[in-house]
Design a protein around this ligand. Structure first.
Ligand code: DGL
Length: 251
């Protein structure tokens, strides 16, 4: 019986999405697919991302998934349309930078959108941007940042943030974390930019997923905490699993 929820990202960043989902759907069983062998997604072409995502989705379907969460802004922007057209029997829940949330809650303040190059340049994000533009927005492609977070090198991270975000000090109040890896370093971003307000689409996605499962009658009826299975695609020994569970506990 198909009773798992598949969730994937280019690595462990999607844990920031899973931890929001667990708040509203603790009784489901999850298969988390950390595709570190293909990390980063941020500077790959649309075709490459579609091919990668297609393979992951086939694996998740083979593993009895009833719904699939794309816990990656880049993959959502580039592949969700293709996936929804190809796999019509399974719901896909995608994430996007929480730019509409800025529009709804803090429109007048200057905003920095941090995301991968792939997301910033995507058609999907550009439509969103044009629709909700507050004319005080800086778009910044954080090339290499997801990689540094994935690697977990604190010194490199602090250096990166200082040299790349320094120009926005005092200029922005809202910060959209448009890549699922970035909430993991929210405190470090704050150290550079000061007391900014963060926007992140994960909690909205979690509610949306719950609504979809309810509408499609797919909610797990067992009244006990679900299971989380972690899969990483890298063939090299690494500490991804350990860090994934560490981050999962931090909510
Ligand atoms: N975590 C991903 C995102 O939300 C992608 C990071 C990457 O692999 O470049 O965009």
């Amino acid at each position: 019986m198909q009773n798992n929820i598949g969730i994937f990202d280019s690595g462990i960043g999607g844990v920031t999405v899973l931890r929001e989902i667990l708040k509203v759907l603790p009784n489901e069983n999850y298969i988390y697919y950390s595709d570190s062998i293909n990390n980063p997604y941020g500077d790959k072409s649309d075709e490459e991302i579609i091919k990668i995502c297609d393979k992951i989705v086939q694996k998740l379907i083979e593993n009895e998934c009833k719904a699939i969460v794309i816990a990656c802004n880049t993959a959502s922007a580039k592949a969700v349309k293709f996936l929804r057209n190809k796999y019509t029997n399974i719901p896909f829940i995608a994430i996007e930078p929480a730019y509409k949330m800025v529009h709804d809650y803090n429109y007048n303040e200057p905003t920095l959108v941090m995301a991968t190059k792939g997301t910033i340049e995507s058609e999907k994000f550009n439509l969103l941007y044009k629709k909700y533009n507050n004319h005080k927005t800086y778009l910044y492609s954080c090339v290499g940042l997801a990689d540094i977070i994935e690697e977990g090198n604190q010194e490199k991270l602090e250096k990166y943030l200082k040299s790349n975000l320094g120009i926005y000090i005092g200029k922005v109040y809202n910060v959209v974390l448009g890549c699922t890896h970035y909430p993991l370093v929210q405190q470090e971003i704050k150290k550079v930019l000061g007391d900014v307000k963060f926007f992140n689409g994960a909690s909205r996605l979690a509610i949306h997923l719950k609504e979809i499962l309810e509408t499609e009658n797919l909610i797990n009826q067992e009244n006990k905490c679900g299971k989380i299975t972690f899969i990483d695609t890298s063939k090299q020994p690494n500490n991804k699993q350990e860090r994934f569970y560490q981050f999962l506990k931090q909510y």
